[in-house]
Design a protein around this ligand. Sequence first.
Ligand SMILES: Nc1ncnc2c1ncn2[C@@H]1O[C@H](COP(=O)(O)OP(=O)(O)OP(=O)(O)O)[C@@H](O)[C@H]1O
Ligand SMILES: [Mg+2]
Length: 283
Amino acid sequence: MSIKAVDIRYIYNAGTPSAVTALDGISIEAGRGEWLSIVGHTGSGKSTLAQHLNLLLTPSSGWISIDGATVTPDSRSARETRRKVGLVFQYPESQFFAETVREEIAFAPSNWGVAGDTLDACVYDAALAAGLSPSALGSNPFSLSGGERRRAAIASVLSMKPDYLVLDEPTAGLDASGVRGLTATFRELCSKGMAVIHVTHDMEIAIMMSDRIAVLEHGVLAVSGTPERVAEYLSEHPVKGLVMPASVRFARGLRERGIRVPLASSVNVMIEALEVARSHRER
Ligand SMILES: Nc1ncnc2c1ncn2[C@@H]1O[C@H](COP(=O)(O)OP(=O)(O)OP(=O)(O)O)[C@@H](O)[C@H]1O
Ligand SMILES: [Mg+2]
């Protein structure tokens, strides 16, 4: 069970002098239970790709397939697809409209005809899954902290019980503890069988947290694969505008001194490698 974008090409303002080819033959896949990061410099096409995944945009060519079936915005399955693939926009809190967090989260399922106790349970479960305390449900969304607002917005998409969650720069503007909390929530959602497709320019999160990474560069796929493969590739072929995390630079420094470590190592793994190297020298 997976979501696939196959050979997607997308041109904004096609056929006019201001035409822009935002995506030029992109293929990616994310399986349920997997965390895929989509990274790239500004303007590389990340948001355009994210909006294809829940059919908000229709590819100029190529197709989207979900759980083995090709889907288009005008297909009979489009409505069901939009339920299966939840999209959280960048700075989603700017789109809050309801007086309470509860109403905000209830909006989508109530449009689908969910009501009464089932709706209450749906809102409660979505809040918990997004890591939002149920005590916040009666609050005005704008009275919440930045991190809580982001969680409320995520809960309003989780209330549809999607199988695939697409998040466009969900950690932008959060402090370190907000980022840590939110990324722990994404891992938890993956462990429940959801696919998390995480658009970010933060290479540190992508390399240290995700299962696989797709790197976009000017609308084409520069490289994709495990964090280790992507870190290896980018070390040899840097992409302008993508900053490698300090941990990868440190791992490269260790390698230059003859200490073999994976480039996508955690700090603990690197400390262990240093201790092993020191004990070898002392022998
Ligand atoms: N509505 C639009 N009309 C015309 N061109 C657009 C539109 N939206 C995006 N583009 C262009 O498409 C390309 C890809 O844009 P996109 O927003 O997908 O990039 P991004 O990787 O999400 O960038 P960022 O990191 O800044 O969010 C850019 O060249 C951008 O200028
Ligand atoms: Mg974007």
